[in-house]
Design a protein around this ligand. Structure first.
Ligand code: AKG
Length: 305
């Protein structure tokens, strides 16, 4: 199967996204059909994979890291977070002191996949994290710019900023380890933002729970160790929950998350929002990348932004 050529990619973008349309935020739908495994899981980022991402808001690409790389990364994660896996979730953003762990995942297979899916001008936003045993509930990643920052950049039809998660274990019903999504919700109203808007409006009518029907249709993505899962920041998602304590260190959930988008006005607006939000929260922004980090990205035709 062929890798998406640039010319095809631009055509696809024209067909699927056209010009910036007026702000859209459809209400929750009555139902959200589950996407079969064969339709969201790809061995390479083909045209069909890019269409899946645009249509459903997510896609999985197999084996971005091979077994040796996964084992090395798992080892580096347990050194970074500590060998004891009985604690609650921990996360770290990129900083000068932990950069080497991020470099382990940044290979040409990853770079080629995100270029094919997002576009040749793709940039990595300076928002990348490593997670250990994080099991957050249903949410979108654009609630805060909408509800706290009053931003609208993510509400246009052609919004295309993504989380690129690399999972270091198989997703399992027992121990989690991957992502649940509600397909197609990246084109729908963010239920949490809708609720926050309602709660500020002093309305006398009760809030109509937009989430309800959506969450009945959540599905787990069957990712394996080393797979990349790319999902639109607007799609309703959660970490696949864990039902049981880990049996041993191999069940422990480790994952990378890189935010990536095209080098355009929307991605710049999102990047400014991240700076604004960090200031609002009184946290310091991630530091500049080292020369080694930037060089590695450059060697793969990527940039940090
Ligand atoms: O841990 C996961 O699999 C989900 C991560 C997540 O919800 C996020 O990055 O927003």
């Amino acid at each position: 199967v062929e890798i998406l050529p640039v010319s095809l990619f631009s055509r696809l973008k024209t067909v699927v996204a056209t010009k910036q349309s007026p702000v859209t935020a459809l209400p929750a739908a009555a139902s959200y059909p589950a996407v079969p495994f064969e339709e969201y899981s790809f061995s390479t980022a083909t045209v069909a994979a890019a269409v899946c991402l645009q249509t459903n808001g997510f896609v999985a690409i197999r084996n971005i890291l091979d077994e040796t790389a996964v084992a090395e990364c798992r080892d580096a994660f347990s050194k970074l977070f500590g060998v004891d896996h009985s604690h609650d979730g921990k996360t770290q953003g990129r900083s000068l002191s932990n950069e080497t762990i991020f470099l382990k995942a940044l290979n040409t297979r990853f770079a080629d996949a995100i270029r094919s899916l997002i576009g040749n001008d793709v940039v990595l936003v300076n928002e990348m994290t490593v997670h250990d045993s994080m099991f957050g509930g249903w949410h979108t990643d654009t609630t805060s710019p909408e509800a706290k920052g009053n931003k609208q950049f993510h509400l246009f039809d052609d919004f295309g900023i993504y989380q690129c998660g690399i999972y270091l274990q198989d997703n399992s019903m027992l121990f989690g380890g991957g992502l649940d999504v509600v397909p197609g919700t990246h084109r729908r109203r963010d239920p949490v933002a809708a609720y926050l808007e309602w709660s500020k409006s002093n309305q006398k009518t009760p809030f109509v729970h937009e989430c309800g029907s959506a969450l009945d249709h959540g599905m787990s993505i069957a990712n394996l160790r080393g797979d990349l899962v790319v999902f639109n920041l607007r799609v309703l998602h959660r970490a696949t929950p864990r039902a049981l304590p880990y049996r041993d260190k191999e069940d422990r959930k480790f994952a990378y998350f890189f935010v990536a988008g095209p080098d355009n006005k929307t991605t710049r607006s999102y990047r400014s929002w991240l700076d604004e939000y960090a200031e609002l929260q009184g946290v310091s922004k991630p530091s500049q990348a080292s020369a080694e980090f930037s060089d590695r990205l450059r060697s793969m035709g990527l940039r940090i932004f």
